[in-house]
Design a protein around this ligand. Structure first.
Ligand code: IMP
Length: 194
């Protein structure tokens, strides 16, 4: 079985990937290898940050590695919060602080279109490759639902009358940005390592 490192310290993301790849690939975390560091997201794009993290962990571990970056873009705010989604309301802010700031900035805006983006960078030897997923939707006027995390309570995907936070995780990931990016990675790994 081929072994891959997933360069994340987020246990939710790790669990999700192991569920999807676990029967075909052994997925290690930085902690499994005694790698105890965070990579600062200093690039101004999801692709740049995903590659930065994948490169840092791949060179520390010397094995094939992938890492991801994701966030929410809104039309009315020229793409904000974008790559700053995790720290939109300032250093050390909570998910609730971010949601509150977003709703404040969106107050009175009639254009409510938005999208979640997820990018995965995969590195093997000298080569790297990107996998991407997007889901389009609308920012609601007020939070609804208690599932998920981050901006889920204020994001209503197109074609649904529920927010991500009003859906179960299986429904969300069947068409979410991260679900799509992970499935693209799985397809590539399965085809190239069959
Ligand atoms: P990162 O990919 O861990 O850097 O996450 C970036 C930020 O984007 C998260 O902290 C959330 O605020 C937001 N985000 C990314 N994906 C989702 C999602 O599926 N639901 C809600 N918020 C998300």
């Amino acid at each position: 079985m081929k072994t891959l490192l997933f360069g994340t310290n987020n246990p939710n993301k790790l669990g999700e990937i192991r569920e999807m790849l676990g029967d075909r690939f052994q997925i290690l975390s930085p902690a499994d290898l005694g790698l105890d560091f965070e990579v600062d997201e200093t690039e101004d794009s999801f692709h740049g940050n995903a590659l930065l993290k994948a490169r840092a962990y791949a060179s520390a571990a010397g094995m094939p590695c992938f890492a991801d970056d994701s966030g929410l873009e809104t039309d009315a705010l020229d793409g904000a919060p974008g790559v700053y989604s995790a720290r939109y309301a300032g250093p050390g802010c909570s998910y609730a602080d971010n949601v509150e700031k977003l709703l404040r900035e969106m107050q009175g805006k009639t254009r409510r279109g938005a999208r979640f983006q997820a990018v995965i960078a995969y590195i093997e030897g000298e080569e790297f490759r990107f996998f991407q997923g997007t889901v389009e939707g609308q920012i609601t006027e007020a939070p609804r639902g208690s599932n998920g995390f981050g901006y889920d309570p204020v994001f209503q995907p197109d074609g649904y009358d529920r927010t991500f936070a009003e859906m179960g995780p299986e429904v969300k990931h069947s068409f979410s940005h991260r679900g799509k990016a992970i499935r693209a990675l799985v397809e590539y790994l399965t085809a190239s390592h069959a």
